[in-house]
Structure formats: structure tokens, C-alpha cells
Design a protein around this ligand. Structure first.
Ligand code: ATP
Ligand code: MG
Length: 333
């Protein structure tokens, strides 16, 4: 399978008054068509810098020191500004980390969404306005037609986040990059936004590169998790691999600190979470044998259990399981 996005040996440095900072060091990762890849890591680990390099939204103080960023047949690391403009917004939609600075305060939100289509010559004025409302609806903004005429300050934080999503998806990009799209929002709204991104992605078969500091969120959403620490990738794998058998001490630390993993790591009882796997042979405790005088006796042992295995879904792990009972056998006469 050829990847849609392939970052190969990317290093990015920032010039600062106190010298150069190597914010991203030799990072390689790929995103396949239709795939969701999550980048997790603590604040300052280089997550935003990595994706800013992809869409070349790095500040002037930053420099791509080395590496290639292949997207389709273009190398975004060296592409010209004009080549980048045809990709950004149109083939790659970006949901930025900070909604407050990302919207124009003096422009109606509908216009800000429509602008993407107009800039890329994908629609005329009227058509663009219609499709902007449609994108706002798809992004889950209630009363989109009315809201489209409002200004950012008239919307709540959650609604502004949805406007940013509308901007990212209006041109039906092949790749959506969402940089910590939820950290400023409360947990319920966070979940809705992420569910929504998931839905949009499936609906159009696009890929999603999702940045979060929360491994639980990554486990729920991603096909693959990339763990970054201090500018480098320290671990990478499926949610099962990363969450159940973390190899790097830093990943273990992140797991311990993931609120969405730990909030639900309460004792599980089988009535709450039905077992995924029930292996082995369980005798029927109610089987009876009737004797000639009409008396009923248990048929054989009351209960016989052999090699019982019970596994439960591990919250936040994207399908991984925890083995609660491993090969238990007993017999009650
Ligand atoms: P967060 O989770 O807080 O968003 P992050 O993983 O996105 O963090 P980056 O913003 O990519 O981290 O920052 C990586 C490193 O680069 C940090 O050490 C940060 O201080 C540094 N850095 C980021 N932006 C700049 C800048 N404009 N000038 C200088 N250094 C910067
Ligand atoms: Mg960031």
C-alpha cells in the first residue's frame, strides 16, 4: 500500500536568541489512505512543529534542516509557496490548535469557510456560500444557515471549533490534520468533536493525522499511534501494541497520565461489560437426570469449568482487551 503522506527523516530547528533549538529530530512517519494516525507526546515534544512542517505553516524563525515530506507526488519540504497553496486547504485540511487566534474576528464565519473554495477556484461566490453552510452543517454546527452570518465572538468555544473543522473539510481534502482539536473544550464536547471528525473521515474515505496529548483518546481513534518525546519518535505501533505492551518508559509514563484511560479503569464486573471471549467448556448447572421414582438429581457434576478465559475490552485502547480470567478450571459435584 503506498502512503498518502510520508515524512522521512524530518528535522526542524528554531532560531532563538539563546541559539538554535532542534524541535524535531529525524522524524519519519507515514499515513496511508483512509488511515487515522495519532501523534501523542507531552507539551513541547514537537507535535505541532512536525505537522506545521507538513503544511509549511512554520514561523520565520523555523527551518526545515533536513528530511522529505512526500504527499502524492510532491515534496512539501521543498515545494514552492505557490505549489503549497494548491495543497493546503484543498488537499490537506488543517484544524489548528488554537481556535481563538485562527479565526478572523471581523469576518462572518460563513465567509471564512467559503473563502477556502474561492481561493482555490473551486466555486463562485453564491455556490461557495451554499457549500460553506453545508460544510458547517457537516461539521455539526447547529443552525448553520443562521450561524454562517455571525461573527466568531458570537459563538461558543465548541462552535468555533466546529467552524475550524468546516474550514478544514469544505474542500473535501484527502488528508485532515487536526492539532489537539479539543484540549480547550470540556470532555463531552471533546468527544463529540472527535466522533465527528471520525465520521467525516469515514464518509469521504480521507485520512486523519490527529495530535493529542492523551493516549486514551489516541487509543480510541487511531489505527496507529506515534509517540513523541523531546522532538523524537520514541515508539510507534497499533493501539494494542502501544497501550498493552509499551516498550519505552516514556510511553508508560504517558499511559499512567492519560485521564481518559484512568477515569474508566475501575474494577470491571461481568454484568457491566460482557466478556468478549468465553473459551473452554462450562457444564450446565441446571441439567437434571430423572430417576424411575420421579426424583430429580443433578446430571453429573453440578458445575464443571475447564480452561475458562474471560477478556474484557480495555477502555481507550481501540479494541485491545484485558484478560481477567486465564484458564481457570474447577468442578462442583
Ligand atoms: P504542545 O502539546 O504544547 O502543543 P508540541 O508537542 O506541539 O507541544 P511544539 O509546539 O512543536 O510542541 O514545540 C516543540 C519545541 O519547539 C518546544 O521546545 C518549543 O519550545 C519549541 N518552539 C515551538 N515554537 C517555537 C518558536 N516559534 N520559536 C522557538 N521555539 C519554538
Ligand atoms: Mg502543539
Amino acid at each position: 500500500q503506498t502512503s498518502l503522506l510520508e515524512i522521512d527523516g524530518l528535522s526542524v530547528t528554531y532560531r532563538t536568541p539563546r541559539g538554535a533549538i532542534e524541535a524535531v529530530r529525524d522524524v519519519s512517519l507515514s499515513v496511508a489512505p483512509g488511515e487515522t494516525v495519532a501523534i501523542v507526546g507531552e507539551s513541547g515534544s514537537g507535535k505541532s512543529t512536525t505537522v506545521h512542517a507538513v503544511i509549511r505553516l512554520l514561523p520565520d524563525a523555523a527551518r526545515i534542516a533536513s528530511g522529505a515530506i512526500r504527499f502524492g507526488d510532491a515534496d512539501l519540504a521543498t515545494a514552492s509557496r505557490s505549489a503549497l497553496r494548491t495543497v493546503r486547504g484543498r488537499r490537506i485540511g488543517f484544524v489548528p490548535q488554537d481556535p481563538t487566534v485562527s479565526l478572523n474576528p471581523v469576518k462572518r464565519i460563513g465567509e471564512q469557510v467559503a473563502e477556502v473554495l474561492r481561493v482555490h477556484g473551486l466555486a463562485g461566490r453564491r455556490d461557495a456560500a451554499e457549500r460553506a453552510v453545508e460544510a458547517l452543517e457537516r461539521a455539526g454546527l447547529p443552525d448553520a444557515a443562521l450561524r454562517a452570518r455571525q461573527y466568531p465572538h458570537e459563538l461558543s468555544g465548541g462552535m468555533r471549533q466546529r467552524v475550524l473543522i468546516a474550514i478544514a473539510i469544505v474542500a473535501d481534502p484527502e488528508l485532515i490534520i487536526a492539532d489537539e482539536p479539543t484540549s480547550a473544550l470540556d470532555v463531552t464536547v471533546q468527544r463529540q468533536i472527535l466522533d465527528h471528525l471520525d465520521h467525516l473521515k469515514r464518509e469521504r474515505g480521507s485520512s486523519l493525522l490527529l495530535i493529542t496529548h492523551d493516549l486514551g483518546v489516541a487509543g480510541d481513534r487511531a489505527d496507529r499511534i506515534v509517540v513523541m518525546s523531546q522532538g523524537e519518535i520514541v515508539e510507534e505501533g497499533t493501539p494494542e501494541q502501544v497501550l498493552l505492551t509499551p516498550q519505552h518508559p516514556y510511553t508508560r509514563q504517558l499511559i499512567a497520565a492519560a485521564p481518559s484511560l484512568n477515569a474508566r479503569r475501575e474494577p470491571i464486573t461481568s454484568s457491566e461489560r460482557p466478556p468478549l471471549v468465553l473459551q473452554g467448556r462450562a457444564g450446565d448447572p441446571f441439567a437434571v437426570r430423572e430417576t424411575a421414582d420421579g426424583a430429580r438429581h443433578p446430571a453429573g457434576p453440578v458445575l464443571e469449568v475447564e480452561g475458562l478465559v474471560k477478556e474484557f475490552p480495555l477502555p481507550g485502547s481501540g479494541g485491545a482487551v484485558q484478560r481477567a480470567v486465564d484458564g481457570v478450571g474447577f468442578r462442583i459435584e
